[in-house]
Design a protein around this ligand. Structure first.
Ligand code: DX5
Ligand code: ZN
Length: 215
């Protein structure tokens, strides 16, 4: 049976206690750790770089799902791979050479993803569909945690699922995910749910994860 995975975003974790947050989220049942990298240029926020990724690499066995909201992006990919990223996702809207970025990620032995913003035409994915392992459908405008889920995303997830067809690509949804919309995302074909504030802003991570994935 199709089982959805949950990737908590550490953007909403307590940065002053990151080691214990990472350990707690693993214990609570997370399948991977979603790491939001922002540059203050591609999006209006600045978060963290490879040094932080490296600092938590030996604190958990969870795979690192690194979401790069940065442009240029290619010149930083090797640093994130060396820091311990397992999946590296770049944005289709970046002006950098995205095909080249994806090739570099794969040449480093990492899984490659492409992320698409809410206002970007879905068919922009087509040139990359045979070279990625993952597609991230953004269900908020990237930049900040705690935004509301954009309902149109359900329709976009369904359409992208059709484009993916039988390819071995995981479909991830990112932004505003809570138990209010998670089941609709799963029904629309999502394999991975990213959730930040609806997990880290609660006092029982295990319960929050169970509520979101419906188990
Ligand atoms: C948005 C990020 C998301 C976000 C998720 O730019 O890519 O991963 O932090 O946080 P919530 O679940 O609070 O929307
Ligand atoms: Zn993200």
């Amino acid at each position: 049976m199709h089982k959805v995975q949950i990737a908590p975003s550490i953007l909403s974790a307590d940065f002053s206690n990151l080691e214990s947050e990472v350990r707690a989220i693993e214990k609570a049942g997370a399948h991977m750790l979603h790491i939001d990298v922002m540059d203050g240029h591609f999006v209006n926020n600045i978060t963290f770089g490879p040094a932080l990724v490296k600092s938590i690499r030996d604190k958990t066995r969870l795979p690192f799902d690194v979401h790069l909201m940065i442009d240029p992006v290619t010149k930083y990919i090797t640093d994130f791979a060396d820091a311990g990223a397992d999946i590296i996702t770049v944005h289709i809207e970046a002006e950098d050479d995205i095909q080249g970025a994806i090739e570099l990620i794969r040449s480093l032995g990492k899984k490659a993803g492409i992320a698409i913003n809410p206002e970007t035409k879905i068919d922009k994915i087509l040139p990359f569909i045979d070279v990625v392992d993952q597609v991230i459908v953004m269900s908020v405008h990237p930049g900040f945690a705690g935004q509301s889920f954009i309902r149109d995303s359900i329709d976009r997830i369904q359409k992208i699922k059709v484009l993916i067809a039988s390819r071995n690509i995981l479909l991830e949804v990112d932004g505003g995910i809570s138990s209010l919309c998670s089941q609709d995302c799963i029904n629309a074909g999502c394999d991975i749910l990213v959730a930040g504030s609806s997990i880290f802003n609660t006092n029982n991570y295990e319960h929050s994860i169970r509520e979101i994935i419906g188990s």
